[in-house]
Design a protein. Sequence first.
Length: 426
Amino acid sequence: MNQKISPLTPFNAAIRLPGDKSISHRYGMLTALAEGTSRIANYASGADCHSTLGAMRSLGAKITVNGTTVTVEGVGARGLQAPAAPVDAGNSGTTMRLLSGILAGQNFDCEMFGDESLNRRPMERIMNPLRLMGAKIEGRDEKYPPLRIFGRTLNGIEYAPPMASAQVKSCVLLAGLFAQGETTVNERIQTRDHTELALEEFGADIQVRGARVTVRGGSRLTARDLVVPSDLSSAAFFLAIALLIPESSLQIQGVGLNPSRTALLDFLISIGANIRIVNLSRTNGEMVGDLQVRHGALKGGVIEGDLPALLIDEIPILAVLGAASRDGLVVRNAGELRVKETDRIAAVANNLRLLGAEVEEFSDGFAVKPVSRFRSGVFPSYGDHRIAMSFAVAALAADGDSTIEEAEAAAISFPEFYTTVDQLRG
């Protein structure tokens, strides 16, 4: 499906966005492992998070969905059942990587696969620590899906991930629920801590000391009523819209503001973005608040060192803002972008050039020089949700009508994206 995008005029609006994807994945898995019935309000609407629900259904949990409210009848930590067919993770790397930790400690074997894109994404980063715990796990060429997981008794380990990855940390901690003794993950760079907060909320025996997290095997999880805050990664696109369109202002309500995720806001403010946080509160251990943003000139900046690991999902939309800034944007140490749903470094560089920007591409990033006005055009999404949405945002500030090819890719994480953009036209 191609999507026509017309330039956006100045606006003043308030919106509320769908639930956080990272938190929704974790709640979907842990409610299935809990004893009793849980209810999740504002569960993420994207296809990836519903792949997690489908996977847990196939493992024996009874799950009903009514709009954005999900009810889960948990089976208990030891109540999962062997699936009748291979488990389908769809396009969701989070589903595959986190669920692998849970499946490694079961008393049955199973296979897990994904779509064509996911089956090209490397999984050795979770296979290696699981094997250290005693898991038997096989993949195509020893690192790609489909994965064959042979459930068995696991042993607790102390593990220092070689790269900053919340998915790797979460996989190991979830495996630790089924391991003998204690399992510790000691990160060099502390990543988002949604798994730790959720485990604590469900009653797991967990200790957190900065970037060192320990979970004890055999914990019983108890059902909870939960509310998922709106997704900060989704909010990034709308922050960018308000920053790009002159004389515009926007309030985004009820956004998850977990301190391990707010590097995005810190970076935007550091390059001149006019953003305020108001109405802070805490729900199920997660910080929640409203974001107020106004249009203003941006200086541009550099994303390198440890920072790319904290901004990895937002780099495509930050690249668009960098092209509209005074000094442009340089991104280094972000080679992880090469193995996302598509090669995001190549995709971003190509589409920035279509906008009229001068771009230098590196093996681990890119440098984009500022352009005075974006050119309209036809922008491929490469089947990647973040590329589709990032360049739809750019098209809103272009000099004419544009087209996003394979625009339906946005539904992987944000099915309401285009209709929410249309709210700003009202």
